[in-house]
Design a protein around this ligand. Sequence first.
Ligand SMILES: Cc1cc2nc3c(=O)[nH]c(=O)nc-3n(C[C@H](O)[C@H](O)[C@H](O)COP(=O)(O)OP(=O)(O)OC[C@H]3O[C@@H](n4cnc5c(N)ncnc54)[C@H](O)[C@@H]3O)c2cc1C
Length: 503
Amino acid sequence: MAIKQPRRSILRSILDFVMLIVLLIFIGPCVKIFNYFNMSTRNCYTTHKRHAKKVENVQAQVRRWIEGGRKGHMCTAKPGWKSFSIHKVDKRGFYKVEVDLNDIIEIDVENKRLIVEPGMMMGQLTKILTDKGFTIPVVPELDSLTVGGLICGAGCETSSHHYGVFADAVTSFELVTADGDVLNCSETENSDYFYAVSHSYGTIGFLTSVSIPLIPAGKYMQIEYVHVDSIPNAVKLMQQRNKNHAYVEGIIYSMTDVMLMFGDMTSNPSDPSRINYINRWYKPFFHNIVENVMSRMKSSKNNAKYIEYFPLRDYFHRHSRGMFWQFENTLPALSNPLIMLVFGWVHPLNIHAVWALFPNFFYRFITRIQLLQDFCVPTVKLDEFLQKCDTIYKVYPIWLCPVKLQNRSMAKTPAVYGGDYMDLGFYGTPINAGRSIADRIRECEQYVLKNNGFLGLYADVFLNKEDLRQMFYTIPYDKVRQASSSCRKAFPDVFDKAMRRIK
Ligand SMILES: Cc1cc2nc3c(=O)[nH]c(=O)nc-3n(C[C@H](O)[C@H](O)[C@H](O)COP(=O)(O)OP(=O)(O)OC[C@H]3O[C@@H](n4cnc5c(N)ncnc54)[C@H](O)[C@@H]3O)c2cc1C
């Protein structure tokens, strides 16, 4: 079933056709070649000794900045196209520090601990770890998200109802400060820094390695689909069942059609005929697979239970091929079964390469006609918020991911509503015509601000700096910056940085 969208004009249809041809014939193959080298897992191990040398290189760059009179702010030298965030920070005038740290340092099977450098991407990490029978607590889904970006930025996934956001599940990390010192940070060592880095967008120091607990992994993910007919029923069911399942997500197709998926790892599927290789090239995008299951459940009146098994890594990257429903939204023909059969091999499109190949004005155009934002609201406010969004945007599907906030990120503390939040991913074109996307986002932002929610800084933000700051729990962050004039001199305030975007 296709995503509901407003009728496209003739001009837009012609543009779609041209984009489709360019994408499938030119960009797709280029991206595949790029992917082959970029996502390779062959040479991504380093030793503690080599890692220490790389960290010395970061320190040396910081010291050169100090010797040069601490002119301008510092930031990582990572180019905009290598960042997942839609809006790129304007780095002109910054002193750029090369943090070329992209490898695994140690997989300690005995102590179930991974030590990894911040540039390691999720797609590489899941390949290496699942081959060894392990995973990490929170696996944000899209292949090219990095460990460092997820800690310094934000990231949640379907296990976040147990572990919180990505940074909540990290045991310790190593940081090069504005003075060029190396700090080991954990709950017991340099704890101020440990709590300040998550969500700081690189404004506390340079992350150089991270220690994350390992979890034994099964070969498959058993998924139980449940269809519910209202948001309050979805909330009720999740409140009853989340604690019994390791992975939970929902896709909201309309206010009366919500598919919930409760997942648990297993190595022994009780019914092997139910194994679904969802990431094979000819398969529909994941949201379409789920919608097909929903249609079958509704038409057979069998609303009770439907179980499937996905190979574990297919599950972890189930939305990567369609980038949720973003590709279908932009070019609906991409989900056509025939196009999938002939060209499905181009997916998943490595987003770094796509960013690099399409000019910037293309993204400005997309964000002017499509909504791309994650809002996190307290679970108790979910129904009210979605009712509001249904009148403001009518953007469907909506991604639903329960999150239990812990105490280690700039997101709210557990003191607010017990930390029970829902991450809502809105990626699409509003069905109801009318006001600009910016106006509609502004209205939602005000609701989220007044109701103890927060939003993703990676996307369009229209709040002013003070309101934005109010959305987050900044006490640990402010404590570190107030205590260190070097830090203030070296890095801008995170909310100033978030506002400093390439136009
Ligand atoms: C379309 C879209 C879909 C998304 N879907 C998901 C999703 O499914 N799940 C999810 O969890 N998140 C999702 N996100 C959000 C995403 O996780 C964040 O945007 C994340 O911060 C991007 O990671 P990155 O590796 O590209 O980091 P970057 O954008 O490169 O970095 C983020 C910030 O961290 C800083 N930083 C990075 N490395 C270091 C370092 N070593 N030292 C100091 N600072 C550093 C950078 O300076 C930057 O300010 C999505 C975003 C988009 C645009």
